[in-house]
Every structure is written in C-alpha cells, then in structure tokens.
Design a binder for this molecule. Structure first.
Ligand SMILES: Cc1ncc(COP(=O)(O)O)c(C=O)c1O
Length: 435
C-alpha cells in the first residue's frame, strides 16, 4: 500500500470542476491580480479569525516579514521566538535588522515554553529592547493564548502570532471564552502553502489584524509602499496574493471545518491503533498536572506515573499525540473534539531513539511505501546562517531532542481508515523487530 505523507490530488478531484470553472471565468474577465476573489478571501478569513482586517500577500514568509516591519522593529531590537519552527519565523526578524532571542519549547506540545519566555523577559540584560514575541502554533496546536495575553500586559511586549500551521485552531480561556489563533496578536500571519490545512495550488499568505493603522501599513507595504499608484511613502516589497490562488482558496475555505474534523478524527484513530497495539501512550498537552515536565528525561518519568502503562521496546517510549477534548477529557468522537489542535501535522516522538535509529525507522517506512517527514532536523540556532548569534548546540535541549526523536506521519483529510491502521502496523513491525 502506498501512503503519501500528504496527497493534494485526492482533494482536488472533489472540486475540480468548480475550480476550473471559476478560474476560466476570471481569465475570461482578465482579472488576475488583487481582484474580487482576493477581497472575498480577505473578508472570509478576517471573519473566521474574528478580526477587522486581513491582507492577502504572496506567501506566509512575506506575511511575517511585513508584520515585523509594521511594528517598526529593526536594528537594536530583540524579538523572542522558538528555535523549533520553519525558517521564516526567524528570518523575518533578522531580515528587518533585529535580533532573535530563542526560548526552548515544551516537550509535549513542541510550542514555545512560556516559562522560558517569561524568564527572558525578566532577566535579559537589555530587556527594554525586547519588542515582541513571535509564538508559533506548531503542527496546528494552539499555544495558551490566555497566558500570552497576560505576558503581553505584564511586560509591555507586542505579539505576532505565526499561524502558518494553525488556521481554525482556538484556545478556551478559563472563563469559557474561546479565541481563535490569530485573534490576539497585534498582527498574525497565515500561510496557504499547498500542504497547509488551507492550501493553495501555489504560494499564498495573509496578515490579519484588528488595528486600522497596521492594516493600512501592510496594504501599502505589499505593493512597494505605495498607497496610491506610483506614489511611494516608504520602501515596501512586491507581495501580492495571486487572484487564481484566491479563487482556489475561496472554494476550499468552505470545506475547512470538514477537513479539520477529519484530521482530528484521523488523530483519534491513530491514537486508538497505537493504544490497542500497546505502543507507548498518548500525550495531549492539556493534562498540565501530568505533563508539567520541562525536560525530556522528565517525560518518561511523568509517563510512568500515567495510568496507561508505556511500553518499552529496546528502551524506546513512543509518545503519540492524543486529542484534547473540551468536555472533561470525555468522549472519543469527532463531534466532541476541541479545536485546540487542528493536526496540521501528526508528530510522534520515539523517546530513547538515537537520530540514526529514528532515521532508519523512516527508511523502513519509505521502503514500505509510507511517506514521513522530519519537522525539524535541527534547531534554528544550529543553522549555519545564524552562527553569528553565538548560540551553541546544547543551548536548547528540548528542541535538540525533538529534532532527533520525532517523526511526522501521514495526515490529510482524504486519508483512509485502512491507511491509518497500516502506518501503525508498520511502525509496530519495526519497533518490535528491534527488540
Ligand atoms: C511555522 C511557519 N511559518 C512560516 C511559514 C512560511 O510560509 P510560506 O511557506 O507560505 O512562506 C511556514 C510554512 O512553511 C511555517 O510552517
């Protein structure tokens, strides 16, 4: 059985005619740049996130670059972010002349550890120069928005939420208020890269904000800093959202909830198969008391105190994400899921595997026709281009362990139940043969 990590073509078959018809209509009308479809998409995304403005741009990387520029962050300023993310989360800081300050991640959620963020805000020798935090809702899992808002208030920093992987994910506050990722940042950014939960058939991205002035800045910056044609108030860039991509995205957006529901259902099924195979146990990141550990050694300790007994294979403990529920951790149906995780990726940790063992599992799955990926093979502090930051390997142990031990398994809405089962069976085959 061939099971790709992600399959764009299965989804396309579902609305091929509608896409072709709408694209044909636009081409016959000659509308191909920043036309009606872009406006419609901007309106719908602003509504979905619950903010006043959405500004379509060429991709999620430009969205971040423009957001940092809009907050007038530049040379001499610092921005706190995670080293465990896609490159653009950090390059948007350095390309604006500012300096990133990395904070390690939480070992269960892989999101930036807010205790570490606070520690930097309290103790950094030049803390008055820290202008913003860029949290990433990694793999589709919302970070604690309530705590982020408190941190913003306490330390007077701004927030740019990188929602490239988390469209539709939300956080439930203690008083029951539900806020969507992207709704609390001064600016938040989205990517519509084809593999994203809402993916175009090429590059596309968006910035969202509630602030009229910031929105006007972004609108102008995306067209060379030109609020009126051929009049340039500042030096911006060319970063327009393509009309044809917007047509595709408008069609797909109508199905987003249904796609995300299925992603969550797939995550539930993965968890069930792992559980019934006796392979490790599920971690949700919501059980704060059980998983409050701050380093990876601690993970297995916490796991053994969990009522589900972890299974050791060759000293390996498998941590698969289980699904957080809004209703007291109760029912296992897709209707009761909590949107706090929209499973852009389904990432499993093989605690105790060396990088080589993890890579040979990946090779084995490839031989079996199963696509996987490694998000991410190294921390951004370890990248050659950031050597000048002088942050040596060993600085972020949780990130570095995750880079060695995790593997992303196939997940896409059209994946079949049989395929999910097969992936777990093949993993079980590998792990048990390594005993
Ligand atoms: C967390 C994160 N930030 C930013 C981006 C950049 O988006 P794009 O590829 O659309 O430039 C991505 C996409 O890969 C991402 O995953």
């Amino acid at each position: 059985m061939k099971i790709p990590l992600f399959d764009l073509t299965r989804q396309y078959r579902g609305f091929r005619e509608e896409v072709l018809e709408k694209i044909d209509e636009a081409l016959l009308n000659g509308r191909v740049i920043l036309g009606e479809a872009v406006k419609e998409l901007e309106k719908s995304v602003a509504e979905l996130i619950g903010v006043k403005h959405a500004i379509g741009v060429a991709n999620g990387s430009d969205a971040l670059l423009i957001a940092v520029a809009a907050l007038k962050i530049g040379p001499g300023d610092y921005v706190i972010t995670t080293p465990y993310t896609f490159f653009a989360t950090v390059s948007c800081i350095t390309r604006n002349g500012a300096t990133p300050l990395f904070a390690d991640i939480d070992p269960v959620t892989y999101n930036i550890d807010l205790d570490e963020v606070e520690k930097i805000l309290r103790t950094h020798p030049e803390r008055e120069k820290i202008k913003a935090i860029i949290p990433v809702h990694l793999f589709g899992r919302a970070i604690d928005l309530e705590r982020l808002e408190k941190i913003r208030e306490k330390y007077g920093v701004r927030i740019i939420e990188d929602c490239a992987q988390s469209i539709g994910a939300s956080w439930t506050y203690e008083d029951g208020t539900v806020k969507t990722t992207g709704s609390i940042g001064e600016l938040s950014t989205l990517s519509f890269f084809p593999t994203k939960n809402l993916g175009a058939y090429g590059d596309a991205g968006m910035i969202v904000t509630d602030d009229d002035e910031l929105a006007a800045f972004c609108r102008s910056y995306r067209v060379h800093g030109s609020p009126v044609k051929y009049v340039h108030d500042m030096i911006g860039i060319n970063s327009r959202l393509d009309e044809l991509q917007a047509i595709v995205l408008n069609i797909k957006l109508k199905h987003l909830q249904e796609y995300e529901r299925r992603r969550i259902e797939i995550a539930i099924k993965y968890a069930e198969h792992f559980e019934s195979a006796g392979l490790g146990f599920g971690v949700s990141g919501m059980d704060e008391d059980q998983f409050s550990s701050k380093n990876t050694q601690q993970i297995s300790k916490d796991c053994s105190s969990h009522n589900a007994q972890p299974t050791m294979y060759n000293d390996v403990v498998i941590h698969y994400p289980s699904v957080p529920y809004s209703v007291n951790g109760e029912p296992r149906t897709a209707n009761d899921y909590c949107f706090s995780h929209v499973f852009h990726q389904y990432v499993v940790r093989f605690e105790g595997f060396s990088r080589e063992q993890r890579d040979s599992l990946r090779d084995y799955l490839t031989e079996q026709g199963i696509g996987t990926s490694i998000y991410y093979p190294m921390g951004l502090h370890q990248q050659k281009c950031f050597e000048y930051l002088n942050v040596p390997t060993g600085s972020f142990l949780v990130t570095e362990k995750a880079c060695e031990e995790t593997l992303a398994l196939p997940i896409f809405p059209e994946m079949t139940d049989e395929e999910i089962k097969c992936v777990v069976e093949k993993i079980a085959e590998f792990v048990t043969s390594k005993r």
